[in-house]
Design a protein around this ligand. Sequence first.
Ligand code: FAD
Length: 375
Amino acid sequence: MAYDVIVLGSGPGGYPAAIRASQLGFKVAIIEKESLGGVCLNWGCIPTKALLKSAQVYEYLKHSADYGIHSENVKHDFGAVIRRSRGVADKMSKGVQFLMKKNKIDVIMGYGKVAGKGRVEVTAADGSKQVVEGKYVIIATGARSRQLPSMPVDGKKIIGYREAMVLPQQPTSMIVVGSGAIGVEFADFYNSMGTKVTVVEFMPRIVPVEDEDISKELEKQFKKKGITILTGSEVTSVDTSGSGVKAKVKSAAGESVLEADILLSAVGIASNIENIGLEETGIKTDRGRVVVDKHGQTNVPGIYAIGDCAPGQALAHVAARKGSPPPSISATWKRNITTCPRGWITTTSPVALTAHRRLRPWVTPRRQPKRQATK
Ligand SMILES: Cc1cc2nc3c(=O)[nH]c(=O)nc-3n(C[C@H](O)[C@H](O)[C@H](O)COP(=O)(O)OP(=O)(O)OC[C@H]3O[C@@H](n4cnc5c(N)ncnc54)[C@H](O)[C@@H]3O)c2cc1C
């Protein structure tokens, strides 16, 4: 079957683009190699917030007497907390499945590779191949954890965000390398659960992309909660030969060795732009992202790129907003690109979040502008 729009990747960039295209009367196929909903719903925004919600409930109960409520013997079940988070993610992914069906979008499970203009080759899990054809292709393949040679992720002692979300046992101690949104979310969660957490940040302050006052406030809150913070410090190597990890840390004061059960590498993300047919199709990339014009179109007409694999903030709402219009509806497309929201909130403990809202009252979700469907 020939489609009007083929979407490669079903994260918050891909699936809203597919829905919008279908709502506007286009025949749409979406290709996904793993789980519908992408990183955000399965391994990012949603499951981390579920973990943080459990942490918040636990913190409340531990301090319930402050609110005049007595709750004795408060305990947590780490396995149940993880299971709840996975359950929430699964439910959301099933929700996307339902939306695809409701909007008559064909879901093709498999690994997609652009095979020229209007063509995507899909390899299914059993190795069988098919070529899907369409007028427009939207690349929305997202991103993964960035890895540093000094901390190669082995999934057991040196872990990335995916493993941190499903650890079979709660570690007694954890080193979190990197204090961007992902690092501080996990630092906050594991600290609340009772793990001894040390955050190592290369830059002079934590959450370095935030304004300085936000970093200060969060550092204050974290220290109050018992999180150790080492800024201006770099992990140069990690020894995993013993029962835990020994991380060599270099800072202005000299070199030291940190010991913990486990180390979480949260040093950013890398876009999924390899092996998806970009080179073969002549699609340009720059600094690890697909190059697009102001309408999201690559240098190959009819092929677009959105979300974490394209330039811009790597955030779900940004991906969703840019992915909303199908490519040929230029008026809507333009409006969405230009009204793309810029605000964000680093979701850590409620205290830090409140502080952020107080300091940044203008960071509030914008309402979706009304769109007119024009072909
Ligand atoms: C731990 C964590 C917490 C986060 N929290 C937040 C948050 O609170 N708020 C926020 O705004 N953002 C958050 N983010 C970022 C957010 O998840 C991403 O910005 C968002 O998911 C990007 O959407 P996307 O559609 O570009 O890509 P993704 O969500 O990465 O989806 C891409 C999809 O494409 C599929 N895919 C890739 N290659 C292929 C291929 N060749 N063939 C078929 N399918 C393919 C992948 O399997 C995936 O399902 C978080 C990220 C992480 C890791």
